[in-house]
Design a protein. Structure first.
Length: 317
């Protein structure tokens, strides 16, 4: 019996693949006894099972579960496959990530984009208060769903690249696993200091990434993405921030200045915290963002149509 058949038999009825990244794959499923829909994250069956990768998956669950915010996806449990390999059980979200929304609708209205980023700031404030640096913030890791009252609700996804800073009173070495960087996130949204690996990631690295995400939502393109990875690195490391108002002439210059400050090459020139950035963005929310998420974008990106049985094929390679 293959692993997915064992899950079907014991606990979960798998429905479809809803996301697939470099190391992980996320499936929608329904708990057989509770009737609750959840999202299950596994390591991709076609990737090597290095001990540090398995350990990192468990660490992702432990880190995410500690963050108490309506704007961070909820971690429900850590499950085990029949061979002992871990998988994550997370809340299931209806809606789409902001990268999918951008692809479906084009550049967002500035008031909507700013409102969504301010919600991400709230989630990031809670994360940073726990000493947790996300390190991979980008539009595809900001998920637009609906709150119970029908208003738009943005949640931060995927703490798989997160690092945890030691807190006062912590015994040296306790956080060694969390601080060890297995990757640097997504290069177009990685702060210069992440690319140089010159210092541990800190909250200001996440501030830089939020600025890059906001630029992308407003301009319809990443400020630093280039055809070749080396060119992307050089664009970020140059310290030159693209002109947002050139890409979107209707954007207020004062809003462009906020984005430019986020993207400052020198971390000391950026906003001191996500809370400070949120305050700076507040004047640019001129109206409540549109609540009809389901009408604003497809319920799921096209990749969600991958057949579950394709996962089984990958497992047997």
């Amino acid at each position: 019996m293959m692993w997915y058949e064992q899950l079907l038999e014991d606990n979960y009825a798998l429905e479809r693949v809803i996301g697939c990244g470099g190391a992980g794959i996320v499936l929608a499923a329904r708990h057989r006894r509770l009737g609750q829909r959840v999202a299950l994250k596994f390591l991709r069956p076609d990737r090597p099972r290095a001990p540090e990768v398995l350990e990192r998956l468990v660490l992702e669950a432990q880190i995410t579960a500690r963050i108490k915010s309506a704007h961070v996806t909820r971690m429900l449990d850590i499950g085990r496959l029949p061979d002992g390999e871990p998988f994550l059980v997370m809340e299931y979200l209806e809606g789409c990530d902001l990268a999918a929304l951008l692809k479906a609708r084009g550049p967002l209205a500035s008031s909507d984009a700013v409102a969504y980023l301010r919600q991400a700031c709230a989630g990031l404030t809670a994360s940073h208060a726990m000493g947790i640096i996300h390190r991979d913030l980008k539009p595809s890791n900001l998920f637009l769903s609906l709150a119970p009252n029908g208003s738009p609700l943005v949640k931060i996804l995927d703490f798989g690249s997160a690092e945890e800073s030691p807190r006062p009173g912590t015994v040296a070495g306790t956080h060694e696993r969390a601080r060890k960087p297995l990757d640097m996130g997504s290069p177009p949204f990685a702060a210069p200091e992440q690319l140089r690996a010159e210092r541990p990631a800190d909250p200001k690295s996440d501030i830089w990434a939020l600025g890059a995400a906001l630029f992308t939502l407003l301009a319809g393109r990443s400020p630093f993405a280039r055809p070749y990875l080396s060119e992307t690195y050089l664009a970020i490391l140059s310290g030159r921030v693209p002109n947002l108002t050139a890409a979107r002439p209707d954007i207020e210059r004062s809003l462009a200045a906020v984005v430019e400050r986020c993207l400052a090459a020198d971390p000391e020139q950026r906003f001191a915290s996500a809370a400070e950035l949120s305050v700076a963005l507040e004047p640019f929310v001129t109206q409540a963002p549109k609540a009809a998420v389901s009408r604003a974008a497809p319920a799921r990106p096209a990749r969600s149509k991958i057949n579950v049985h394709r996962v089984a094929e990958l497992a047997h390679r």
